[in-house]
Every structure is written in C-alpha cells, then in structure tokens.
Design a binder for this molecule. Structure first.
Ligand code: KG4
Ligand code: ZN
Length: 331
C-alpha cells in the first residue's frame, strides 16, 4: 500500500486549514479553523483581518493536524500548499509556513491551485472515482465547467463572466439581512418558501459561460420596489425563487456539456456544492439520464486542506523556495 504522507496547507480565504493524507485518498486528519464569526460583523471577509488571523492560527492548526493523524512531523514525505487563487496576504501565510517546513524537513513542496483542489475533494469522498468526468466548480469566487480527462488535464469549457454563484448568494443574503456567508442561510430559508412564487429572469449566455449579475440586480430591484411601495415581502419565497433560478441555470449547462462531450460522470465541487437544492436537482437529472453523480461530503465541499493534499499527491510536479502567491490564478 502507498504510504506517502502528504501534509496539506490551505489559507486562501477565511479558513486556516491543515490535513494529513496517506497515499492519495486516505484522510488521517483534516483540521479547519474557521474565521467566519470574526468576519460576520463586517458582512464579508476583511482581507487584512484574515491574514492576521492566519498568522496566529497556522502553526497550532498544523500541529493539531499532525497530532490528530498520529504521526510525527518527521514522518511527513511532502507538503502541498495552496498558492492561488485567493487573497494575497492570506495565501502568503500558508506559503511561508509550507516553504519553511519543507526546507527544514528537506522534503518536496507542491504548489496547488485551489480550484483544482475543490475538484479533488471528490476523490476523498468517492475513492472509486477516476477521470474522465465533467466537473461543475461553484465557489465564492468561481463558477466553472471543467472537463477533466486525467488527473493533470483540465479543460475550461466555460465560466462566469461576472459574479460567481456563491458571490450572488452572499450578496442577495446580505441585502435580505442574513448573516455572512449567505449561501447556507438562503439554502435554509428557501426550504420554507415557494420556488415558483417569483419569476426571476433566467440568465441567457451563449455556450457554457455563466452570468449572475443580471439575476442579482433583478432580485435587488424586486426587494427595493416592494420596500418603496411598503408591500409585504415573503423572504422565503424570494430565497427559494432566486435559488431555483441559479440551480436551474447551473444544471442546464452542466447537462448540456455532459451530452456534448459524451461524459457520463458529473462531479460537483466548491462551497456552493453544499447547496441542498443544487445537489438534489443534479442528482435527479443524472438519475434520469443514466449519468453517475458525485459530490463531496459537506466538510469537504467548503475550503479545507485535505483536498489540497489530495491534489498535491496526484500532481507529481514540485515547487522551490521561490514559489509566490498568485491571487488571480486561473485553471
Ligand atoms: O469554496 P468555498 O468554501 O470558498 C471559496 O473558494 O470561495 O465557497 C464559499 C461559498 C460562499 O459563497 C458560500 O455562501 C457558499 O460557498 N456556500 C453555499 C452553501 N454553503 C456554502 N452556497 C449555497 N448553499 C449552501 N448550502
Ligand atoms: Zn474554495
């Protein structure tokens, strides 16, 4: 059995995370220290606060990951760290820790793309999963359809031209007075509403690209108009109708791409993959068409370091001490 131990480190946004993986798919530990309560009072992530908090948390989180894995730091064979995309100052904290440890332990360093990491979370939830497949990556910063033909080949079929799906969830939630992050709050509220109550415009974009800014404006206009006319608003209906429009758009493009590229596995990834309606809709559509459907367990959907370690394990290319953060890194 493959006994390679990979230490994963993730600090791209508001979670300080470290994990130990044995081989490619066995999680020995997965520690996540979230800063969400800290940023909540500002209604979103404050980059400076995020970096400062990562500095305080990073070594204790790494220590915790090593100790929960029941290994010694000297047993670690390689370190995988997120180098982008993300907040520059936040990324640099994880990178500095990873570079220093790799240098001190004389072990290889692997530079991991955070978006690829989200896709790889699926290999941890479903050990039997193998490429090729179609992946829908939906996070706070990205919405993309990616064809993965093997572990190191990613073809971007389309992406959002403006807001990411998660960003739209967070902005609408904020206007509705819900706490950050808004995605899980809208998900919860939508369960109490009627998804067909309000007919929000379906975004119309060619090919496999997405756009959510028009929909976001339509929801904001709806809320403002109702407020100006002092009309009662059923927020649960707004949440459910907005969520349905996003989910239908995502599902429609994903299924069309699967058909065109003749891919029979659909793999959901990123924080918005935790959305119950998106999961249910895609699962039902896949069942109907005889497609296999994969999505990570909840804890692996949002930011974590196990997915970074997993991506690093399969990457097989190494970085050196000149590695820098790339905040706008694409696929
Ligand atoms: O992947 P992630 O943890 O961080 C980024 O890389 O961006 O994604 C965070 C995003 C946030 O926008 C959050 O609101 C959204 O994922 N999210 C959800 C749900 N849980 C998290 N969106 C909709 N429904 C959810 N249940
Ligand atoms: Zn993420």
């Amino acid at each position: 059995m493959d006994k390679i131990l990979t230490l994963g480190i993730e600090t791209s946004c508001d979670e300080t995370a470290a994990a130990v993986l044995r081989g490619g798919r066995e999680i020995l530990s997965n520690v996540i220290s979230t800063q969400i309560p800290l940023h909540q009072k500002f209604g979103g992530v404050v980059p400076e606060i995020a970096s400062r908090k990562h500095i305080v948390n990073i070594m204790p989180v790494i220590d915790e990951a090593i100790s929960r894995a029941g290994v010694d730091l000297r047993d670690i064979n390689q370190i995988a760290v997120t180098f982008g995309p993300g907040l520059a100052g936040a990324l640099l904290v994880g990178l500095s820790a990873a570079k220093s440890l790799a240098f001190a332990l004389k072990i290889p360093l692997i530079a991991v793309n955070h978006l690829e990491g989200h896709i790889f979370a699926n290999f941890l939830s479903a050990p039997e999963l193998e490429p090729p497949f179609l992946s829908l990556v939906v996070s706070g910063g990205h919405t993309a359809l990616i064809r993965m033909t093997d572990y190191n080949s990613f073809e971007l079929l389309g992406q959002s031209r403006d807001d990411a799906a998660g960003e739209a969830f967070d902005k609408i939630a904020r206007v509705m007075g819900l706490p950050y992050p808004g995605g899980p709050e809208i998900d919860k509220l939508a369960k109490l509403g009627d998804a067909n109550a309000i007919n929000f415009p379906h975004p119309k974009v060619d090919g496999y690209d997405f756009s959510f800014s028009g929909l976001k404006s339509a929801v904001l206009n709806f809320l403002n108009t109702a407020q100006m006319k002092s009309e009662a608003i059923n927020l649960a209906d707004v949440a459910a109708s907005f969520q349905k429009t996003v989910v239908d758009t995502l599902a429609e493009k994903t299924l069309a791409a699967a058909e065109e590229f003749k891919l029979n596995k659909i793999v959901l990834a990123g924080g918005v993959a935790a959305n119950s309606s998106l999961e249910k809709t895609l699962r039902a559509a896949c069942n109907l068409r005889g497609l296999e459907f994969y999505y990570p367990t909840k804890i692996l959907c949002t930011d974590n370091a196990a997915m970074i370690a997993c991506r690093g394990y399969y990457q097989k290319t190494f970085a050196d001490s000149t590695l820098n953060a790339v905040p706008n890194l694409g696929l």
